[in-house]
Design a binder for this molecule. Structure first.
Ligand code: PEP
Ligand code: MG
Length: 325
């Protein structure tokens, strides 16, 4: 089966009725570009930069960050590379030995909240990202936005980083795209506002499920309740896609749902045209797409979205996977 999949490595991911889907890679360290390229990914949809900051005593300085980001941008030349700003906290602690004092770290000072509270860290990362944008097609992605004020403050800091580079005559992509992760229910519900103020949206389903269903993504005791097909989760994803379409902004899924072949047809039917996943899933997801007819999926997805009973949704999703060619 693996050999058969290898044959479609350079085939474009297009449905039987001609709808193209971008299949992108999630990476955690610069060396991951090797597996991203080997999988035939159409770019990097999510580069989780926190791994550069974790398990060490000091912070990576601007130059170290710049070199890591430039490496990925250059290695993926010709393809987009979406780099996420520091998403630290909760399941991704800077220093694992540090005692976490927050009562609910997942609801605490993590991701963009942390960066806005440490603006010098944000400034340094923005400068490194901007510098790397001169060497490839870099896009910046802000994690865990929950209100517009966070977005506006982030934009202001990005603006300041740009100005500081201009003053030093350091080149960067003046047209660099800024996207936001939709992974907090508040952001999904406010997706129209975010779609208006951002260049693209990326749905982080891992956290969106955690926060929508109030299930700690790392707690085994409640793992059986963690279901991506919960109607509330599907409705928030659908709402986000609709908002992005309304303002003609690209939208992707970069959580684990994107790499789950059981969900590929449902997501495509809901209108998703970009999926970013661990490189090891790209070929099997592509295989699903090559055997799918979007027009059929669209009708079925509508029906599934109209349901509010998980027991009715699951068999329909299974049928969706069984009936296609
Ligand atoms: C997500 O939350 O779905 C996501 C892609 O980000 P992470 O898993 O790194 O939190
Ligand atoms: Mg997340």
């Amino acid at each position: 089966a693996q050999q058969k999949l290898q044959r479609i490595k350079t085939t474009k991911a297009v449905t039987v009725d001609g709808i193209a889907i971008d299949l992108l890679a999630n990476i955690e360290v610069p060396e991951d570009v090797i597996s991203a390229k080997a999988s035939g990914a159409a770019g990097v949809g999510l580069y989780r930069t926190e791994f550069l900051f974790m398990n060490r005593a000091d912070m990576p300085d601007e130059q170290e960050q710049f070199e890591a980001y430039r490496h990925v941008a250059e290695a993926m030349k010709g393809y987009p590379v979406t780099i996420r700003t520091l998403d630290i906290g909760a399941d991704k602690q800077l220093n694992p030995d540090e005692v976490v004092t927050a009562t609910n770290p997942a609801l605490g000072l993590r991701a963009v909240r942390y960066c806005l509270s440490e603006p010098h860290i944000f400034h340094t990362q923005f400068r490194a990202l901007l510098r790397a944008s001169h060497y490839g097609q870099v896009k910046i992605l802000i994690p865990m936005l929950s209100n517009l004020a966070e977005l506006r403050q982030s934009k202001l800091l990005l603006q300041r980083a740009k100005e500081s580079l201009r003053k030093e005559n350091i080149p960067f992509d003046e047209q660099i795209s800024l996207g936001g992760m939709i992974e907090v229910p508040a952001a999904a519900i406010s997706a129209e506002a975010f779609a208006q103020e951002l260049d693209f949206l990326s749905i982080g389903t891992n956290d969106l499920i955690q926060y929508t269903l109030a299930i700690d993504r790392a707690d085994d005791a409640v793992a059986h309740l963690y279901n991506p097909l919960h109607p509330a989760v599907l409705k928030l994803i659908n709402w986000t896609i609709q908002a992005a379409q309304k303002y003609q902004k690209p939208v992707s899924v970069c959580g684990e749902m994107a790499g789950d072949t059981r969900l590929t047809r449902l997501l495509v039917g809901m209108g998703m045209r970009q999926l970013s996943m661990h490189p090891s899933h790209i070929l099997s997801v592509k295989s699903q797409i090559l055997q799918s007819e979007e027009a059929v999926l669209g009708k079925q997805a509508k029906k599934i979205l109209s349901l509010s009973d998980l027991d009715k949704i699951e068999p329909l999703v299974n049928r969706l996977n069984g009936t296609q060619m």
